[in-house]
Every structure is written in C-alpha cells, then in structure tokens.
Design a protein around this ligand. Structure first.
Ligand SMILES: Cc1ncc(COP(=O)(O)O)c(C=O)c1O
Length: 359
C-alpha cells in the first residue's frame, strides 16, 4: 500500500498526535506534513581534538533530506502544514543571503505546489542579479523570488515581508509569512518532536546522554529541544552555542515560547546559552574555526558549515575543555543541524586552509 510516507510531496497534512508527555502543553499543532527523512541517524562519533574520556555522539540532521536538508525542515513540517490549512498559495520568509532556512523553505514549498518569496539580507546594496553562489543556486533553481535588502534594513525584516505579502494580496494571492529561521511556536514543535525521536532511540538501545549541544541562530531549535526535554521530564541539559546576537535575546525568545506552551519561565534550568562563539560576527569566519571544520572533515568525513555548525562545534569542544563543569556528564550529543550548501559560497576562504592541510 502506498502511504503518505511513500509520496513526495506528501499527499496531505496528517492530523498531528503529540507524544503523550507533550499532550499537556498549552498549544499543540493540528497538522503535520511528512517532509523530513526521519529518524535521522544518531551515531557515536570520535572527532579530532576530543579527549579520550569524552563520549561524543552526533545527531545527523544534516541528513534530513538533500535540498531540504538541515534543521529547518523539521520546523517546516508544522509551519507548512499551517500554511496549507490556511489555503495559502505562496510562502514568504527571510534570512541572510545564504540562509539555509530560506533554501529549505523554497524547496519544500515548491514540492507542495506553493510559490516562495525570500527577503534576503547581504552586506552590499541590492543588485539586479543576486548571483548563484551556495544556497542561492538552489533557491533560484526551484524558482523562489528573491527580494534583496541590506543588513542595515534587516531589523525591519517583518515589515519587509509584510510589504511583500500586501503586494501579493493585492494581486489576488494568499501569502503565508514564516518568521526568520522558522522560529515561531509552530516551528518549535519540530524540535519537540525531535526529542520524542531521541527518547525512542534512548529507550530502544539504552543510550543515555547527559547533555545535548548545537548551534543557536534564530533560537527555535534550542527552544524546541529545551521545551521537549522539559515537558518529557528528561534531565538532559541543552547547550545552545550562540552564533548570532546574544544571551539576553535568546533567553527572552525561549521564555516567550515556553510561556505560550505553559512551561513556565525557568528556562535556565534546562538551557545553557553559551556566549563567546559568535567570533568575528554572524557568518564571518575566523581561521581557527575553518581549521577545525576542515580538520573534522578530513578526519571523520562529517562536513560542518562555517556559519552555524562549525562555530557551534568549535564552541562545544572549547567549552568541554575549558569549562567541563558546564556539562552534566561526559556523554554529549552534538546536534548537526546541516548547512552544507553555504560552503560552496566560501571557496576563496577555504582554499588556503585546505591547501595548508594538504602540505
Ligand atoms: C545549519 C543551521 N544550523 C543551525 C541553525 C540555527 O537554528 P535556529 O535558527 O533554530 O537557532 C540554522 C539556522 O539558523 C542553520 O541554518
């Protein structure tokens, strides 16, 4: 029999049944689309620079799909279900010019027969042709319409998306706006569900982690993971390595989502927001980060990205070494959240690092 799990795109939104431990949460999505390849592999990993007594594991959310790979597709399972429920015919979202979220949204939307408009920020003034580097190639291959803004304009991203939405409505379209990174309450459910996936693996195999760690860029992944472990009463700690903005911004975002879910506001009991690894700025790489990225690829075949996972992994290893007390134990699961395609826009920066290691 062909089920919706054997269909691409999925034939329809499924009614969503939350895990038992999450049924008391105040807001539960009605529907879910099966867009991600789940469960993703959960593997023991021996990255370079790890001390022998660390037991590091990796959750391969870089393998949630190909064009839709990375963490965003878990959120989009709920966000795009909401879009379809509202009979939208177009989605609008935003991010940096190399946004993985924008690319995953564009690809998933197209698969569902929806148009996609992307409000993307870059350093330079908008030009007629934004180019085809990295994620942009895929955005444009699937026919997303790009609206370029500058980083100075980015704080007003919601207003820019609202303008695009108004223009589309005036043309008779039905747009659905997805916030930056898909980090709305609905998006969080992608990572509340991911905790159910991990709990099932823990129970089936007896694996037990004391700590989870990963990149925090727009906050939804950390908010969802932390909400999941809190609601499930699982005593793991979530280390969210900040790669843009600051601790206060994310504490407030997570607190807001937790309050909406009825989880209270004691986010610090579950989440460790790790500052100090934005480095030279959001999306800007430092040589030591790229060196660890290349070193990790050469030693383990796992490809990190320069903007999120590369910095988060650098931060996790640095903290495990400098501040081991920050972690509850020595068995830590690194959540690989994807980002591969951004590398294809960084060849000039990576070339000297790769050449040096080849010598
Ligand atoms: C590859 C990758 N990893 C991690 C993140 C961070 O996730 P979040 O935005 O949910 O904090 C993002 C997006 O922001 C991303 O594209």
């Amino acid at each position: 029999m062909i089920s919706s799990q054997n269909m691409w795109p999925p034939a329809r939104t499924e009614p969503y049944l939350a895990p038992e431990w999450a049924r008391g949460l105040a807001v539960i999505p009605r529907g879910r689309l099966r867009l991600a390849r789940l469960p993703t592999p959960t593997e023991r990993w021996r990255p370079p620079d790890a001390d022998p007594d660390w037991d590091i594991w990796i959750k391969r959310d870089d393998l949630t799909g190909l064009v839709t790979s990375g963490n965003k597709i878990r959120k989009l399972e709920f966000l795009l279900a909401e879009a379809l429920e509202q009979s939208a015919d177009t989605v609008i979202t935003c991010g940096g010019i190399q946004s993985n979220h924008a690319r995953a949204t564009a690809a998933a939307a197209r698969a569902l027969g929806l148009d996609c408009h992307l409000v993307l920020a870059a350093n330079s003034a908008p030009v007629a042709d934004p180019g085809l580097g990295g994620n942009l190639l895929l955005d444009r291959l699937v026919g997303a319409r790009i609206h370029r803004i500058t980083w100075e304009e980015y704080p007003e991203r919601s207003a820019h998306m609202a303008t695009v939405a108004r223009e589309l409505q005036a043309a008779g379209r039905r747009p659905f706006v997805i916030p930056e990174g898909g980090s709305s309450l609905a998006g969080c459910w992608g990572y509340i569900e991911a905790i159910q996936e991990l709990l099932a693996e823990q129970r089936a195999h007896g694996w037990d982690w004391a700590d989870l760690a990963g990149a925090c860029g727009s906050g939804g992944t950390a908010a969802g993971l932390a909400a999941g472990v809190r609601a499930a009463g699982w005593p793991v700690r979530v280390h969210a390595v900040i790669v843009s903005r600051d601790v206060e911004y994310f504490r407030e975002l997570i607190r807001r989502h937790w309050l909406d879910l009825g989880l209270g506001s004691a986010v610090d009991e579950t989440v460790d927001l790790v500052p100090g690894y934005v480095g030279a700025g959001y999306g800007v790489s430092q040589p030591q980060e790229l060196e660890r990225l290349v070193h990790t690829a050469r030693r383990t075949g796992v490809i990190l990205d320069p903007v999120y996972t590369g910095k988060a992994f650098y931060g996790m290893i640095s903290e495990m070494r400098a501040n081991p007390g920050r972690f509850q134990g020595r068995r830590v699961l690194f959540w690989h959240t994807g980002g591969l395609f951004a590398l294809f826009d960084r060849q000039d920066e990576l070339a000297p690092v790769i050449r040096r290691m080849e010598e």
